[in-house]
Each structure stands twice: as C-alpha cells, then as structure tokens.
Design a protein around this ligand. Structure first.
Ligand code: GDP
Ligand code: MG
Length: 183
C-alpha cells in the first residue's frame, strides 16, 4: 500500500469540479483516508514548496524554457531572463499566491502504487500538453507561456505528490496522524 497527497487547487474549487475529480479517483479504487477543505496559511505553503529545493525550481525553470522553445517565444522578452533557476524562483512566488488564493480540498489517497497511479490520472504539468482523458487534459488548456506572460502560476487544478519520497514529506505537513483514518 502507498499513500499520496492530492490537493484540489483553488481553480478546481472555483470551476465547481471538485466532485467530478474526486469521483474519478474513487472509481479507480483509490481510498480516501484523509480530507479537509481549508485556506492554506503561508507557513504551510512555504514548507510545501521549500525555497531551498533547488532541483525543483531549476526543473520548473527548465520546463518553462522548453515550453518557450516549442512555442518559439523568447524568455528574455517576457520574463527578463533565460536563467532556469531565476525563472523557477519567480514561478515559486506566483505558485504560492495561486494556491493561497482561495480554499483548497486536500486529501490523502491510498492504493497500491498510489503515487504513480494518481500522477497518471492527473496528467502532464502543462494542461496544453496533458493528454485528453487526464484531469488536466480534460479541464484546462493553460501553458507556461500564457501563465508567465500574465505573471501567474499555471492553473492546472490539482497538486499530486511526484514521488513516494515527496508524498512522505508532504502528507505530515497537511495532516496530523489522528486526521488520517485506517479503515
Ligand atoms: P506538478 O508536480 O506537475 O504540479 O509540477 P511541478 O511540481 O513542476 O510545479 C508545481 C506547480 O508550479 C505546477 O503545478 C504549476 O502550477 C506551477 N508551474 C510549474 N511550471 C511552471 C511554469 O513554467 N510557469 C508557471 N507560471 N507555473 C509553473
Ligand atoms: Mg510537483
């Protein structure tokens, strides 16, 4: 058995698709072992997206650069830099604002291979790239270029832990032991 953290971000709440997304997870057989609806506080989000996770921010910066290359757009023109790390740090600020912008539905889901399974259902980070049939592919069309041009995070409805280690780090940030139910 494995556990993963899923957060339906404020755009999922605003689009009234929380139920539809949850239904997808339930239909596949993922078990809800914890859930809460909350407006996340800054200190929680600071820990959820730690500033010193260099590889994450450089990775996000590189993904942005790749998306710009695909679209034949100049990153310097819209962002003022083509440095992956700098872009990643810029995105971090937008991302924190985005996720604190309204209430979110946070949950812990459990199944064999829960982390991989949920990521497969959620789809690629960029809704423009994510396949139809995935959550991001079915409910959004955002891209790095669109988001970055408007100085905001990519709105992609869902956060899901990327690896088993990430899930082990994230779950206790959002839920105490007695909020997670073994049933
Ligand atoms: P995820 O695990 O698929 O959510 O993707 P990451 O962990 O790499 O990024 C975290 C979140 O940051 C994403 O879900 C997006 O909301 C946002 N994000 C990622 N890359 C970019 C980007 O290039 N530009 C902008 N504006 N936001 C981004
Ligand atoms: Mg991630």
């Amino acid at each position: 058995m494995e556990r993963t953290l899923v957060i339906l971000k404020p755009d999922a709440v605003k689009k009234h698709v929380m139920g539809e997304i949850l239904t997808r997870f339930e239909k596949v057989g993922l078990k809800v072992v914890a859930m809460k609806f909350l407006i996340a506080k800054r200190d929680l989000i600071e820990r959820h997206y730690p500033e010193d996770r260099e590889e994450l921010w450089v990775g996000i910066g590189n993904k942005t650069l790749e998306n710009y290359r695909d679209l034949e757009m100049d990153p310097v023109e819209s962002l003022g830099t083509s440095d992956a790390r700098e872009i990643g740090k810029m995105v971090r600020v937008w991302l924190m604002d985005y996720i604190m912008d309204g209430p979110v539905l946070a949950m812990v889901l459990e199944s064999p291979h829960a982390v991989e399974l949920v990521r497969k259902m959620v789809g690629h980070t960029l809704p423009l790239v994510s396949a139809p049939g995935t959550i991001r592919g079915d409910y959004a069309y955002d891209s790095s270029y669109l988001a970055n041009s408007n100085k905001r995070a990519i709105e992609n409805l869902v956060h899901a832990s990327g690896t088993v280690d990430e899930a082990k780090y994230e779950i206790p940030l959002w839920f105490s032991e007695d909020e997670i139910h073994n049933w």
